[in-house]
Design a protein around this ligand. Structure first.
Ligand SMILES: Cc1cc2nc3c(=O)[nH]c(=O)nc-3n(C[C@H](O)[C@H](O)[C@H](O)COP(=O)(O)OP(=O)(O)OC[C@H]3O[C@@H](n4cnc5c(N)ncnc54)[C@H](O)[C@@H]3O)c2cc1C
Length: 398
């Protein structure tokens, strides 16, 4: 029996376990510092109050028990790895592995060169911060419902720093909610303005022109104020200060402008890129460690041509599938091919039943059709998780 230890129950970790669990000669242990799997891709809806907690968090213990004793869950933080001894150090315990998968993801990169950013803004990369942000958003609406005026220039501005996929989705969903609320709680909801700020000269830098153009149109229709080519210099408790000298009074701020790999990477002696992601071999091995793999956002992943792939759930899952297959091949003494994958497509949720998406480079859709396609992808993922936790829940309560 071989023991595979997976650190991180995110998109990559869970997909690797699903794939490995079909082999009877492999025992799997999942370690996560949180007791739940957080569906970050749905964070935009949770923040805006459109989704509930159970839409974005899945209990990992129940999920693991869905594998009927094939997968063990340990709710602890992995603090470091001893590659010589092949063991993971946990808080107060060591765990041996035959094969190890590092799938610890990434966190918000509150750039240290923007003074005050970390102290004065929220991220969405972890559930706690997203939850706090949701409360702020609800409070702001409550304030408007009570017709309470904000002391600063009578305005309630929400600043979203970073106009990549997550920033755009969060801004659009909040704007949509405010627009819908104005029918029920009154026009004061319209006095809450959302500013989407990015240093690039475009929203969604690096994405297809179709997505950029149609997302911009939708955001503008929802009343989002887009500030591109706008550099944030400092953030204090009441203002976002721009390099141009202008400043924006704000009530609260969310920052989605960048990520950096999880802190476990700090303890790993391996080449890393500027955002702390591990640089692995083409087989996604930590350098010099044939039994240790890294997948998802914590690693710089390239396609066969050497292009860096974006840190997405999609690529985390594809790298997980590849690594599960490679571990099977290593156990069987079969040679494995280097990792290769491409982004199949990206769908962007843009408030209510509206989305924009591009698939396989030639399918381009927007509006309700794109929304239905995006929902179908999310539902398929969520259904898989639910089937597992239903089995796990039954097993526990038998
Ligand atoms: C708002 C938003 C929208 C997004 N939309 C999309 C989208 O539409 N499509 C898409 O493909 N991607 C999207 N993404 C990106 C996607 O969510 C990430 O790329 C994906 O979560 C990466 O998966 P992962 O498995 O590498 O890491 P994660 O999902 O971040 O999981 C990492 C896990 O590791 C655990 N962990 C970390 N350190 C330790 C440690 N030391 N010990 C134990 N456990 C640890 C964490 O608790 C976590 O459970 C979106 C992200 C955001 C924020």
């Amino acid at each position: 029996m071989k023991r595979v230890v997976v650190i991180g129950g995110g998109y990559g970790g869970l997909r690797a376990i699903e794939k490995l669990s079909k082999y009877q000669d492999i025992a799997i242990i999942l370690i996560d510092k949180n007791p739940y799997h957080y569906l970050q891709t749905e964070a935009y809806g949770y923040i805006a109050g459109q989704f509930d907690m159970h839409d974005v968090a899945i209990d990992l213990q129940n999920w693991c028990e869905g594998f009927k004793e094939r997968v063990t869950f340990i709710h602890k933080e992995a603090t470091s790895i001893d590659f010589e001894q092949k063991k993971v150090h946990l808080d107060g315990r060591d765990l041996f592995y035959d094969y190890l998968i590092i799938a610890t993801g990434a966190k918000t990169n509150f750039f240290s060169f923007i003074e005050g950013l970390r102290e004065n803004s929220y991220g969405v990369k972890n559930l706690e911060r997203a939850h706090n942000f949701r409360i702020k958003f609800e409070n702001i609406i409550y304030k408007k419902l009570q017709h309470e005026e904000d002391s600063r220039e009578g305005k309630l501005n929400i600043a979203v720093g970073g106009a990549g996929l997550s920033g755009v989705e969060v801004a659009a969903e909040m704007a949509y909610v405010l627009d819908s609320y104005s029918k029920t709680i009154g026009d004061t909801a319209k006095e809450i303005h959302i500013y989407l700020i990015d240093a690039s000269d475009t929203i969604l830098p690096g994405m297809g022109q179709y997505s950029i153009d149609n997302t911009k149109k939708r955001l503008e229709a929802l009343g989002v104020k887009i500030l591109t080519s706008t550099f944030i210099n400092t953030v204090d408790a009441t203002y976002v200060h721009f390099r141009s000298g202008e400043k924006l009074p704000y009530s609260f701020m969310i920052f989605t402008g960048g990520i950096k790999a999880s802190s476990l990477n700090d303890t790993i002696d391996n080449e890393k890129n500027s955002i702390n992601q591990l640089i692995t071999t083409p087989e996604l091995n930590v350098q010099g460690q044939k039994d240790v793999f890294a997948i998802g956002d914590c690693v710089e992943i390239k396609d066969a041509k050497g292009n860096i792939l974006p840190p997405t759930a999609q690529i985390a899952e594809k790298s997980a599938e590849y690594v599960a297959k490679t571990i099977r091949q290593r156990i069987d003494g079969v040679e494995s091919k280097p990792f290769d994958a491409d982004v199949s497509g990206v769908f962007i949720a843009l408030g209510g039943k509206y989305a924009v998406g591009e698939m396989f480079k030639y399918i381009k859709v927007k509006g309700y059709v794109a929304y239905v396609l995006k929902k179908a992808i999310t539902h398929a993922y969520y259904l898989g998780l639910r089937l597992r936790i239903n089995t796990g829940f039954k097993n526990r309560n038998r």
